[in-house]
Ligand binder design. Structure first.
Ligand code: AMP
Ligand code: MG
Length: 487
C-alpha cells in the first residue's frame, strides 16, 4: 500500500510534446471535499483506501495541490459529433495530470475532469457539475463490475464553486483512470489537419504502449486496427446484452482501447425498448439503443478513414467487415448465457429476438426478467413471469419453445442453473432514478446515498441483505427522466 505522495509517475503522453497537448494547471474548486471514492480504483494505484478521507486527497483532486512529478496537460483532438466533423475539440475541461504506474507495472492515466478552462474550452466554462460527476463515477465503476470494459473512476470531489447550467449548480471534479485517454478523434485531428509526422508519432505511441503484440504481425498497424474493431464489437455486444445506452457516441468519445468512455446522458434500460433514446438532445435518435450497433461500425469507419495514410483501403475494409459478425457472436453468446443455455443451436438468435419483441410490447423490466428467470426451473420461472406480459398467447408460445430448448440443453440441475444464471444476470443496475436520488441527496450535502449506491453496484450479481429497494422497477416519477447533455 502506498501513501498519496508515493505515487510513481511516468508521463509518456506529455513527452510527445506541444503538438499533442498543452500544459495547463488545474483551477482549484472552493472548499473541496470528498463525495465518494472507489476502494477498487484506489487499489489500481496501490493506494490505501483510508487516504481518501484525508484533507490532502480532496486538495489534490480538487485542483489545489499537485505532485511535483505530475505534468498536467490538455490534449488536442477532434471528432465527428452527431455525424458532422468538428475540426477542433480537445480537453475543454479535463486535464491529464500524468501517468502513474503501479506495483504490477500497469500504467494508469490520472485524468481530472472539471479542472477549469483550457485552450480547448471554446464557449465552455471548463467546469463539471456535481450531478454529472456523480453520474460518471457511478457508471464507470458499475460497468466495470458488470464486466463491461470501461474507464474507471477514483473519486468525486464536491465544492462550493457555483457553476451555471440550466440553473445554478455546484462545481465538482471526477478523477478518471484509464490506460490511455487517446480517442478515435486524436487520429482524426492529425489526419484532417494534414500533419502526417505527428500522426505517425501518435500511431507509434499507441502501437508501442497499448498494442505491443501487434508489432509481431506483418502489418502492425493493420493488426492494431483489427484489434480495435474486435474490442469495439465486444464492448458494444455487452452494452446491448445488458441494456446500456451511451447516448453520445461521437468519435471523440470513443476510446482507442475499446472501453466505454465519456459518460454523459447515458442510461440503462428499465423496460426493454429497442428504440430508447437516452439523450434528450438527440432528436433524430442517432444514438438510440438499437442504433448503437451500426453506429459502432460508423465510428470505426471514421477511424479507418483517418488511418488511410498507414493502411490500404482494401485492408481497412476487410477489417471493418469483421465488426458485425464478431458483434453478433459475442451478443448471442451473452444472451444464451443470460437465458441459462450452455450449448448453441441455430435457432437461438430467433428465440432471443422473439423474447425481446414480447418484452418490448409489454414494457417488461429488462434486468429483473432475466434475474427472475434464473430463480427457478425454466417451467416454474416462465409460469411466474407470464403475468408481466400482455400478449399471453405470444408469451406462452415462446415459453414452450424456451422450455423445450432448455430440455435439449440437457441440464436440469436447478441449483446449478440458478448459480450459472445469477452470475451473468445482475440484480442491481444503475437505474436513472437511483442515480437521481443519490444526486439529490448529495446536492443537499448528504453523500451517504451515493456511497451506498456505489457499494451496491460494485457487486451487481450478489444479492445483498437489506438492499431490496435497489432491485425494483422505477416508481412513476423515475420512469422517463430527461437527461440532457449539459454537464
Ligand atoms: P462532451 O460532450 O462532454 O464529450 O464534450 C465535447 C467537447 O466539449 C469536449 O471537447 C469537451 O472538453 C468540451 N466541453 C464540454 N463541456 C465543457 C465545458 N463545460 N467547458 C469547456 N469545454 C467543455
Ligand atoms: Mg467527450
Amino acid at each position: 500500500m502506498k501513501a498519496l505522495d508515493e505515487l510513481t509517475f511516468d508521463n509518456r503522453f506529455a513527452r510527445l510534446g506541444d503538438a499533442f497537448s498543452t500544459h495547463v494547471l488545474p483551477e482549484p474548486l472552493d472548499a473541496p471535499r470528498l463525495v465518494v471514492a472507489s476502494d477498487a480504483a484506489m487499489a489500481l494505484l496501490d493506494l490505501d483506501p483510508a487516504v481518501a478521507e484525508t484533507p490532502v486527497f480532496a486538495e489534490l483532486f480538487g485542483g489545489h495541490k499537485l505532485w511535483a512529478e505530475a505534468e498536467p496537460r490538455a490534449m488536442v483532438y477532434s471528432g465527428h459529433q452527431f455525424g458532422g466533423y468538428s475540426p477542433q475539440l480537445g480537453d475543454g475541461r479535463g486535464l491529464l495530470l500524468g501517468e502513474v504506474y503501479n506495483q504490477a507495472g500497469e500504467h494508469w492515466d490520472l485524468h481530472l475532469k472539471g479542472a477549469g478552462m483550457t485552450p480547448y474550452s471554446r464557449m465552455g466554462d471548463g467546469r463539471a457539475v456535481l450531478r454529472s460527476s456523480i453520474r460518471e463515477f457511478l457508471a464507470s465503476e458499475a460497468l466495470h463490475a458488470l464486466g463491461i470494459p470501461s474507464s474507471r473512476a477514483l473519486c468525486v470531489i464536491g465544492s462550493d464553486t457555483p457553476v451555471w447550467r440550466e440553473k445554478q449548480e455546484r462545481g465538482a471534479m471526477v478523477l478518471r483512470l484509464a490506460h490511455s485517454h487517446i480517442r478515435f478523434g486524436h487520429f482524426e485531428y492529425f489526419y484532417y489537419t494534414k500533419k502526417p509526422d505527428q500522426q505517425a508519432e501518435l500511431a507509434e505511441h499507441v502501437l508501442n504502449l497499448h498494442y505491443p503484440e501487434c508489432r509481431e504481425q506483418p502489418e502492425p498497424y493493420l493488426a492494431m486496427f483489427r484489434e480495435i474493431v474486435e474490442r469495439n464489437a465486444e464492448m458494444i455486444a455487452k452494452w446491448q446484452a445488458y441494456g446500456f445506452c451511451h447516448g453520445v457516441m461521437n468519435t471523440d468519445n470513443m476510446s482507442i482501447l475499446g472501453i466505454t468512455f465519456d459518460f454523459g446522458p447515458f442510461a440503462f434500460l428499465d423496460d426493454f425498448d429497442a428504440h430508447f433514446i437516452c439523450n434528450h438532445s438527440d432528436h433524430e435518435g442517432r444514438y438510440s439503443f438499437s442504433n448503437q450497433v451500426p453506429i459502432g461500425q460508423w465510428n470505426l469507419s471514421a477511424l479507418a478513414q483517418a488511418l488511410t495514410p498507414f493502411i490500404s483501403v482494401d485492408a481497412l475494409k476487410e477489417a471493418l467487415g469483421l465488426y458485425l459478425p464478431l458483434y453478433q457472436a459475442h451478443y448471442l453468446d451473452l444472451m444464451r448465457r443470460r437465458l441459462g443455455l450452455t450449448t448453441a443451436e441455430d435457432d437461438d438468435q430467433p428465440l432471443v429476438e422473439r423474447l425481446l419483441k414480447l418484452m418490448q410490447n409489454s414494457g417488461v423490466d429488462y434486468t429483473l426478467f432475466f434475474r427472475r428467470l434464473g430463480d427457478e426451473s425454466a417451467a416454474l420461472a416462465v409460469a411466474r413471469l407470464r403475468d408481466d406480459f400482455v400478449d399471453l398467447a405470444g408469451f406462452d408460445a415462446w415459453a414452450e419453445q424456451y422450455k423445450a430448448r432448455v430440455a435439449r440443453d440437457g441440464d436440469d440441475n436447478q441449483e446449478q442453473r440458478r448459480e450459472r444464471m445469477h452470475a451473468v444476470n445482475p440484480l442491481y443496475i444503475l437505474r436513472n432514478y437511483l442515480a437521481q436520488n443519490a444526486i439529490a441527496a448529495a446536492e443537499s450535502g448528504d453523500y451517504s446515498e451515493v456511497r451506498r449506491l456505489h457499494e451496491v453496484l460494485s457487486k451487481p450479481f450478489e444479492e445483498q441483505a437489506g438492499m431490496e429497494q435497489y432491485a425494483q422497477r422505477p416508481p412513476d416519477w423515475g420512469k422517463h427522466l430527461e437527461i440532457s447533455c449539459s454537464s
